[in-house]
Design a binder for this molecule. Structure first.
Ligand code: PLP
Length: 672
């Protein structure tokens, strides 16, 4: 019987470069193809580099120096991290899918710049198509004429995609206030506009900061239409200019908030969020103090009750809510936030006049949606998805993935579970009209949304640099993602099979952990602190008899030192390479921390938010973290899988660290 692993065999270079001949043949073919393209651009021009030149001393010197430097580099690169190998279970990186790797290398020869179509007549279109491929994966409509119609583009990574999400939310959120102020300055008060169909002046600041994205887009159109209907070109001109000057982007955030007497907006993210959200608040000048960190439950997922409290507070204090961020696969634990509950909560809040954007940070988990997507684009019933797995997907996980289609935008990283080379992140938005609120080009025209008769939207986006944070950007990254998605479609017949293998590997790893907990019980307490939602599994370990949290953490770190990348050592001596994370005091509910510590037989009274030398050892729970994304984890030499080998290795490492108690135990701590 053909398995998914058989299916995947051609797709990667492989842990031992098994498919090297394929890579070599394709690279050579497309290198030659590129050379012919150059040669045939203006063949009548002849050659500029005389073939005799290579016999010159300068030429030979150049070649020698280049070779020498490249040899040195190549030699040093042997200390690079072997992400490609199933012995690497550390961070979110693995082998690369050949189609994307080749597309990237080959396209780099052409060096397209996707900032605009002028620099990238081919790859810019590919980038927008990647946006459409991803938008459809998430269930957004993309047909021309769809309202709303989604779009997406690539970024350098998830961090920049997250910045962009916030930038988009901010520009839409505060547009209605600028529109009202601009209209007042131009002595224009359109009637029957907005969701309440009343005069623009009749809206309060709170109402205007609580329109949905779609309502704001509609309001802008209505006001533009009303202005044009006046047939007073000078008034329209005044209005445009006044709106532009009244925008937050012109005034600066601080002046804008003071001018309108509104409080700084809040952004709600789970405590488990990636640190790029803090950076985003800093970069946009919104302040990390306005980041409302929502508590998580025992599975490290955003807790909807805690979100409700944050929203209640914002409503009570009339602080506009820029957005709520749900994590679809946290970086530390792969946990899936209840996106469906966030969506339901927004629907309920809309009734009471509180509105906000919902963004899904699916930098890690976004591609897993392919497990749920049929080639006909329908969302597969849970029962069908379950057939391939032991436990996945829980009802919770299933509902969360299904609800992405009801959110406003998504971050997803092709350079993580898309298995394409760095740098490739992506930002996908449900409604592409949002770009008109952030365009850099001819602000004059776009300030009022009165350009509808001009260039069609899909064509306008070919001026990509006008709508995104970055400027010059790699067209090769776009080619890589595009070709990858074409060869391995974003549904359960393509990516879904690859990612299904990773989830099964995590299930296998988890099951092995439970067995090993028994086997090792005479030496260590081994605990999986929470059921994994996806393909990351964490482990807590405490030597039997130890009750000190500080000593347990030292033990864990010592264990980890065997499997960490050490720039001073050849990487080949490592049997496995892993990663770790810490459950910080305060980042998970106290009763769950107590439960985990109890399972580890550690005295929970020592767990505190202390500072200084004493506290630093006991303000967190150290756990080993395993990212199980390598396709070959369930294969291995001599009838063993790499998962088996890992557990054998871990047992040996545990023995070794236990044999050196001085390294982690300390005299003042209780060892029974
Ligand atoms: C990796 C990650 C990011 C940041 O993405 P980069 O590509 O590293 O910039 C953001 N959010 C989550 C959830 C991530 O896992």
């Amino acid at each position: 019987m053909k398995t998914d692993l058989d299916f995947l065999r051609p797709y990667f270079l492989g842990p031992a470069s098994e498919n090297e001949d394929v890579l070599e043949a394709l690279l050579l073919e497309f290198l030659r193809d590129h050379a012919y393209w150059r040669r045939n651009f203006h063949p009548e021009d002849g050659q500029r580099i005389d073939p005799g030149a290579r016999h010159s001393a300068e030429f030979q010197d150049f070649e020698e120096r280049t070779r020498r430097e490249l040899f040195a580099l190549s030699a040093e690169l042997k200390r690079a991290v072997p992400f490609f190998h199933p012995r690497y279970v550390g961070h979110m990186s693995s082998d690369l899918l050949l189609p994307g790797l080749i597309a990237k290398l080959v396209t780099t020869l052409y060096n397209p710049n996707n900032v605009s179509e002028e620099g990238a007549p081919v790859t810019l279109d590919k980038e927008l198509r990647v946006g459409i491929q991803l938008a459809r994966l998430f269930g957004f409509a993309t047909e021309d004429g769809a309202e709303p119609c989604a779009w997406g583009h690539l970024t350098s990574g998830g961090t920049v995609a997250n910045y962009e999400a916030l930038w988009n939310f901010r520009s839409v959120k505060f547009y209605p206030l600028a529109l009202q102020a601009g209209a007042a300055a131009a002595e224009f008060d359109p009637d029957g506009v907005g969701p309440d169909e009343k005069p623009l002046t009749a809206y309060s600041a709170w109402e205007l900061t609580n329109l949905s994205i779609d309502e704001t887009i509609a309001l802008r159109r209505q006001v533009a239409r009303a202005a044009h209907d006046r047939e007073d070109a000078r008034m329209v001109h005044r209005l445009r200019r006044a709106v532009r000057e009244a925008r937050l982007e012109s005034m600066g955030a601080a002046s804008f908030f003071i001018e309108h007497g509104i409080k700084p907006p809040r952004l709600m993210v789970p405590v488990s969020a990636h640190y790029s959200w803090e950076k985003a608040m800093k970069v946009l000048g919104l302040g990390t103090a306005n980041l409302c960190k929502v508590g998580v439950d025992g599975a490290m997922r955003l807790e909807t009750d805690a979100l409700r409290q944050c929203l209640d507070e914002a409503a009570r204090d009339q602080m506009p809510v820029l957005g709520v961020i749900g994590m679809l696969g946290t970086t530390e634990f792969g946990a899936i936030d209840p996106v469906h509950e966030i969506v339901a909560e927004r629907a309920a809040r809309r009734e009471s006049g509180l509105d906000f954007g919902i963004h899904v940070d699916a930098a890690w988990g976004g591609y897993l949606t392919s497990v749920f997507r049929d080639p006909d684009e329908s969302f597969v019933p849970r029962q069908t998805v379950r057939e391939g797995f032991e436990h996945f997907p829980s009802e919770h996980v299933y509902q969360a993935f299904r609800a992405i289609a009801d959110t406003d935008s998504v971050t997803v990283d092709p350079h993580k579970l898309g298995y394409v080379p760095y740098a490739a992140g992506a930002f996908v938005a449900r409604n592409r009209e949002v770009v008109d609120f952030i365009t850099q080009q001819a602000a004059y025209v776009f300030d009022l949304g009165d350009d509808e008769s001009e260039v069609p939207r899909s064509e306008k986006l070919h001026n990509l640099g006008q709508y995104v944070l970055e400027g010059s950007k790699s067209g090769a990254a776009a080619a890589a993602a595009y070709v990858t998605h074409r060869v391995l479609p974003l549904d359960r017949t393509g990516f879904g099979r690859l990612l299904g293998v990773t989830v099964r590997a995590a299930e296998r790893f988890h099951a092995a952990a439970l067995t090993m907990a028994d086997r090792l019980a005479d030496r260590v307490h081994l605990v999986v602190p929470f059921e994994p939602d996806t393909n990351l599994v964490c482990l807590g370990l405490n030597p039997k008899g130890n009750t000190s949290l500080a000593a347990m953490n030292r033990f864990g770190r010592k264990l980890f030192s065997h499997m960490r990348v050490d720039p001073g050592q050849p990487i080949q001596i490592k049997e496995f390479i892993g990663s770790y994370t810490s459950l910080q005091h305060g980042s998970l509910p106290e009763h769950h921390a107590v439960r985990i510590l109890a399972d580890l037989h550690v005295d929970p009274s020592g767990f505190a938010d202390l500072t200084g030398d004493v506290g630093a050892e006991a303000d967190h729970i150290f756990v080993l973290r395993h990212t199980l994304m390598n396709p070959w984890l369930m294969t291995g030499p001599a009838d063993k899988t790499y998962i088996d080998l890992y557990w054998e290795y871990l047992e040996r490492s545990i023995e070794a660290v236990l044999a050196e108690p001085a390294m982690w135990r300390s005299s003042d701590e209780s060892i029974k």
